[in-house]
Design a protein around this ligand. Structure first.
Ligand code: HGY
Ligand code: MN
Ligand code: MN
Length: 416
């Protein structure tokens, strides 16, 4: 394939300026972002991204899940496009780079190709996937999951947030529900640039992670029901304390994950107790257990042991318990040709690199089921993410975007 000249680089200053400008939309309270999916802030970020793409000469497509597709024409308009992108939505206490680097890194490819007057055989499409985070509307990677045929659109539209608002209604409300059928687009390949969100690359002093696999994920929502009662006048033997049962289950979650060290992980990030009043014994606890591992059998073992242990705890305490699988995907092996394109680009550019398994889930994990897919990772400071203090260096951002540029443009084939 016709690769871009080895000396070509993206414009790191322009990429960084765009990251900082996008970060001003939906600011957090501690220097990061709170630009949750389908909020007015998400709509504002989408509008800015659309303006930038149109200024770069792209035509913007929009599907019925709000996925955005900015297309730069190729010399052969019939050739399947090379897609590149990630997500603009953030955690409630998110950082400025999770997802955003991948979307704006894709836009920087278009801007650089325009600067250099380079044409590619295949069109290139920069993508913003709706609701990657899955915080407001579970599960994570919802819209890329519908695109890959893993969820129906009706099921996705019916997902509710904590206030009972539905995904489909909120998408309509912010004015970003398109007409395109979801998943109708066919891809030559898909690439995603993302911060590592873990400590490995920084600790090993590597600029680039060549992502060969993604670990699998399992989200089980547990509901434990006891009985609200007075925290003062109710004798200990009479209590039906759902909050205490939850605490005992969470201790088991930690134990189960440690039993599969060093690769398995487990925790509960979403925890609600009701009525959450200082002098009422919690009659109900609802929480989501997040288990992950590169090994599917380990994930299944952790899920099974969670149910057995949690049912035993509920039985001993005379409480009711229910389980609902609210998210998950099997471990992923990315496309070897696309991974090779990333590795070759990294070596051509002379960046230090190491193969890595993604600890976090990404839209690429679903798109890998419908198109040849690979990811590029850059380090993040202290491996910290899903925290407003998430930080990367400008050089790391530029190196990741350079590798993304070379992998995407080589795959899209430069037309001399
Ligand atoms: O949960 C994840 O791994 C991703 O950040 N949504
Ligand atoms: Mn992300
Ligand atoms: Mn994230």
């Amino acid at each position: 394939m016709a690769a871009p000249a080895q000396n070509l680089r993206i414009n790191g200053d322009r990429l960084w300026d765009s990251l900082m400008e996008m970060a001003r939309i939906g600011p957090g309270v501690a220097g990061g972002n709170n630009r949750q999916t389908l909020t007015d802030e998400d709509a504002e970020g989408r509008a800015l991204f659309r303006t930038w793409c149109e200024d770069a000469g792209c035509e913007m497509g929009l599907d019925q899940m709000g996925n955005m597709f900015a297309r730069r024409e190729g010399a052969d308009p019939d050739a399947l496009p090379v897609y590149v992108g990630s997500h603009l939505d953030t955690q409630p206490t998110g950082g400025k780079y999770d997802g955003v680097l991948g979307v704006l890194g894709g836009l920087e490819i278009i801007r650089t190709l325009n600067d250099l007057g380079i044409r590619t055989k295949h069109p290139i499409v920069v993508t913003n996937w709706t609701n990657e985070e899955g915080t407001r509307f579970a599960p994570a990677m919802l819209a890329s999951g519908v695109f890959a045929g893993m969820h129906t659109q009706d099921w996705a539209y019916a997902r509710e947030d904590a206030d009972g608002k539905k995904f489909g209604d909120e998408l309509q409300r912010i004015g970003w529900r398109g007409d395109e059928e979801v998943g109708a687009r066919k891809m030559h390949a898909f690439f995603e640039l993302h911060i590592e969100q873990g400590p490995i690359l920084e600790a090993e002093g590597k600029d680039i992670g060549v992502v060969t696999h993604g670990q699998g994920l399992s989200w089980t929502q547990v509901t434990i029901t006891g009985k609200d009662a007075h925290t003062g006048s109710t004798p200990m033997p009479m209590r039906k304390n759902a909050g205490l049962a939850m605490a005992r289950v969470l201790e088991k979650v930690d134990e189960i994950a440690w039993s599969h060290a060093p690769h398995a992980v487990g925790a509960a990030g979403h925890i609600d107790v009701y009525p959450n009043s200082r002098n009422v014994i919690p009659g109900k606890a609802v929480f989501t257990v997040d288990f992950r591992s590169p090994d599917l059998e380990v994930i299944r073992d952790m899920e099974n042991r969670l149910r057995v242990a949690a049912e035993d705890i509920a039985d001993e305490m005379g409480l009711q318990i229910e389980f609902e699988k609210v998210g998950g995907f099997d471990p992923v092996k990315f496309d070897e040709n696309c991974v090779a394109a990333v590795r070759n680009a990294t070596e051509r550019l002379g960046y230090s690199h190491t193969d890595i398994i993604s600890g976090a889930g990404h839209d690429a994990c679903w798109i890998n089921r419908v198109a040849p897919t690979a990811m590029v990772m850059c380090p993040c400071v202290d491996g910290l993410s899903h925290n407003e203090a998430e930080e990367i260096s400008k050089d790391w951002a530029a190196a990741g975007a350079d590798v993304l540029f070379h992998a995407v443009v080589e795959t899209a084939e430069v037309v001399e």
